[in-house]
Design a binder for this molecule. Structure first.
Ligand SMILES: NC(=O)c1ccc[n+]([C@@H]2O[C@H](COP(=O)([O-])OP(=O)(O)OC[C@H]3O[C@@H](n4cnc5c(N)ncnc54)[C@H](OP(=O)(O)O)[C@@H]3O)[C@@H](O)[C@H]2O)c1
Length: 430
């Protein structure tokens, strides 16, 4: 009844308005919505779902029932939960299938994810989670980290092992069921995870217990989800690929990004001189706050000449390059003799192949690390995550959670990340 009244009022208020005006009025800004939401986006995003009152039929409340049942034990019955799924590779954009359907789409609150209205390859669907088997746990996610690797999988740069698949490699959640015979993990534990198996864009998921780490009580779930994958990446890059020490000069490409922000703070704490590249003045200000001694706006300045100037022609000891195609050659040119090129990402595209001979003139080292291969054993995982969390607790790392989105709006978050509109960490809230 309440729902019907609500819907009726919605319809009444929309009917008289010209279509282009509708979306803005229809979409009150949700408290969790990112500050960077654009008018363009609100035109194309479906309206938020109506609140479901407690009196609606059980069949319509399956997600909330799933939650309450799942907390009871490992033998809880199968229930559906919501998750983002990718059935076909492609862009994140949410757009009406047809311009002529636009008014109809906005007048039907229940139709948003239905056929004939909105489309993005990131679809918000019901999925079955299943029960945890031996060695597994079921986790109800509280916060999900967004990472550039999710974009690579969505586009097909990296191949998912199944189709359709649920993206996502970073989350924090509460254990709601444990597999038979499992010890060391119990219902109610708060755990974090980063890496395989993919599938964190879900309200609940099954995980191998050996892949999760406990979250210290002083770190809240959203902070932990924003830092576990990116922070462990920074740990691997600064402490293992090339060990940064006092006196080193470090160049961080995309210094205001999720990983970049943590790299700058941590490198400074290790005693290095930090040079960071960014695309805008706002990002430069953030990078300076994060410990960059020098910032370069690489969209406007030639970063190779600037690094040359800053280092009086000596070059830097190490470059941490996640931008890839657009910066790779320049990064090599910024290195000093026997410098380290750590190429760990490709936000602008895959770098062109490098002939071995390109390393010879300066006897350079080149590595292309992957986090998962540095945290493959339980000991490595615990040590790496432990160092990240202890740096958060001690204040060495101040995590910037600059953007949060409802998980159901992952498509918008992807578009913003790819369009360089984000800085710091991006978190999706189930
Ligand atoms: N090897 C590993 O194990 C590992 C682990 C984690 C992350 N990574 C890599 O680290 C990188 C950073 O990941 P993240 O999640 O923290 O993302 P992010 O750095 O927050 O976002 C990417 C940033 O790259 C910069 N960028 C430059 N050219 C770009 C382009 N053409 N398109 C989009 N962005 C561009 C943008 O910063 P500006 O606007 O300042 O240019 C953008 O904000 C990614 O490449 C990711 O694959 C690798």
């Amino acid at each position: 009844m309440v729902r019907r009244l609500h819907l009726h009022l919605q319809l009444q208020s929309h009917r008289l308005l010209p279509v282009p005006v509708l979306p803005r009025l229809l979409r009150p800004t949700s408290p969790r919505e990112t500050s960077s939401s654009s008018a363009h986006w609100s035109l194309l995003t479906r309206p938020p779902p109506l609140p479901v009152p407690a009196s609606v039929p059980v069949a319509n409340r399956k997600a909330s029932v799933a939650r309450s049942v799942a907390t009871t034990s490992a033998s809880a019955p199968q229930e559906m939960v919501k998750a983002i799924r990718v059935h076909e590779l492609g862009g994140p954009e949410v757009r009406p299938v047809s311009f002529f359907l636009l008014p109809r789409c906005y007048l039907r609150s229940d139709i948003g994810s239905g056929p004939g209205c909105w489309q993005s390859v990131l679809k918000w669907e019901d999925v079955e989670v299943g029960e945890p088997k031996e060695g597994e746990i079921r986790v109800r996610n509280k916060a999900v980290g967004l990472n550039f690797i999710d974009v690579y999988f969505r586009k097909g740069v990296y191949k998912a092992s199944t189709m359709p698949f649920t993206p996502g490699m970073e989350a924090v959640g509460e254990v709601v069921a444990v597999g038979p015979g499992l010890t060391g993990r119990k219902v109610g534990d708060l755990v974090a995870y980063a890496g395989n198996p993919m599938g964190s864009y879900a309200e609940e998921q099954i995980l191998p217990a050996s892949k999760v780490v406990p979250v210290p009580p002083s770190i809240d779930p959203v902070t932990a989800a924003s830092v576990i994958l990116k922070g462990m990446t920074a740990q691997v890059l600064l402490r293992r690929c090339f060990k940064v020490e006092p006196g080193h000069t470090v160049l961080v490409q995309a210094a205001a990004g999720g990983v970049g922000s943590l790299l700058c703070q941590w490198a400074k704490a290790l005693g290095a001189t930090v040079i960071g590249t960014v695309s805008t003045q706002e990002k430069a200000a953030q990078a300076r706050e994060d410990g960059c001694h020098h910032t370069i706006i690489y969209k406007e300045e030639d970063f190779v000449s600037r690094v040359n100037e800053i280092t009086s022609g000596n070059g830097v000891d190490v470059v941490y390059d996640s931008v890839g195609k657009d910066t790779f050659q320049g990064s090599l040119a910024c290195l000093k003799v026997r410098g380290y090129m750590v190429s760990f990402g490709q936000s602008s595209g895959t770098p062109d192949p490098v002939p071995l001979s390109a390393l010879a003139p300066k006897s350079l080292f080149l590595t292309r690390p992957t986090l998962m291969l540095y945290t493959g054993t339980r000991d490595e995982l615990l040590a790496c995550a432990g160092e990240v969390f202890s740096n958060v607790v001690s204040g060495v790392l101040r995590v910037r959670i600059n953007h949060t989105y409802p998980l159901s709006e992952a498509a918008k978050a992807h578009a913003d990340l790819e369009n360089r509109k984000t800085s710091g960490s991006v978190v999706l809230i189930p």
